[in-house]
Write a protein that binds this ligand. Structure first.
Ligand SMILES: *Cc1c(COP(=O)(O)O)cnc(C)c1O
Length: 244
């Protein structure tokens, strides 16, 4: 399942929404409820018309997310046992994914804490497992088994290698889905090209101060001001292990 969120991995949500449709995929994930309307609208070539998973877990204070509970094409992530109970009472029938707590200790619940009678009043779409970067097959399998012992349903995972995902899928007798963003949209550098337009040219002399941080020019020459920046995914870097 493709993921399109934030600045759309530098391409824009509208482009990724359109591309997910071109790929013929039935489900697309967005980060937050506020992105649902954006991927549906898409850009000039139209948006995504399939089902949408909202990855950020539902919270009662988010009015946009709450308004989407009745939307038949939105699948809501739920990460606290009390929210399962609350949604079953106030919004029965909502399509939900239940997120299991992983070693990241980000969002997630313990499957055994879920009120299964309440879950039966919702439309259960499966368990989700968001592993740390380079998540392990053993962790994924253990967590999936914990969920499946409470309620059977599809397993949705994030951040497993392709080989581990295949192994997990083969070991489980329920449907599985892997959510991918970076590897899908940015994995093959040959698949895209960056272009820019020169907007301004300035002559500068060695020793001149320049730029936001007023560095000194190492030699005489020209500065070219070109279009594009972080809003277009240029010059951005995700946090790396080295912490740089
Ligand atoms: C963003 C996100 C993904 C996609 O992550 P990538 O590292 O870009 O593939 C998958 N799952 C969840 C829950 C996410 O929030």
């Amino acid at each position: 399942m493709p993921v399109a969120k934030g600045n759309g991995y530098g391409f824009g949500l509208d482009v990724l929404a359109r591309q997910s449709g071109v790929l013929g995929l039935p489900v697309l994930a967005v980060g937050i409820a506020q992105e649902v309307a954006k991927v549906r609208a898409g850009g000039w070539a139209g948006g995504f018309s399939g089902d949408l998973v909202v990855l950020n877990p539902w919270r009662p204070f988010d009015d946009v997310a709450t308004a989407q509970l009745a939307d038949p094409h939105v699948i809501v992530t739920v990460s606290r046992a009390e929210d399962v109970t609350a949604l079953a009472a106030a919004h029965p029938g909502t399509r939900v994914l239940l997120e299991i707590e992983t070693s990241m200790h980000r969002h997630g619940l313990t499957p055994g804490d879920v009120d299964v009678a309440a879950l039966d009043r919702l439309t259960f779409e499966g368990w989700t497992i968001h592993l740390p970067a380079d998540g392990s097959l053993a962790d994924a399998h253990r967590l999936a088994a914990g969920g499946l012992a409470v309620r059977t349903g599809p397993i949705w995972v994030s951040h497993l290698s392709v080989a581990d995902y295949r192994a997990l899928s083969a070991r489980l007798d329920v449907p599985t889905h892997m959510r991918i963003g970076t590897r899908l949209w940015l994995g093959d550098r040959e698949a895209y090209r960056t272009t820019a337009t020169v907007l301004d040219v300035h002559r500068i002399a060695k020793g001149d101060r320049l730029g936001y941080h007023q560095a000194t020019a190492p030699k005489d020459g020209h500065i070219l001001i070109v279009s594009g920046g972080t809003a277009h995914g240029v010059a951005m870097a995700a946090p790396s292990r080295s912490g740089r």
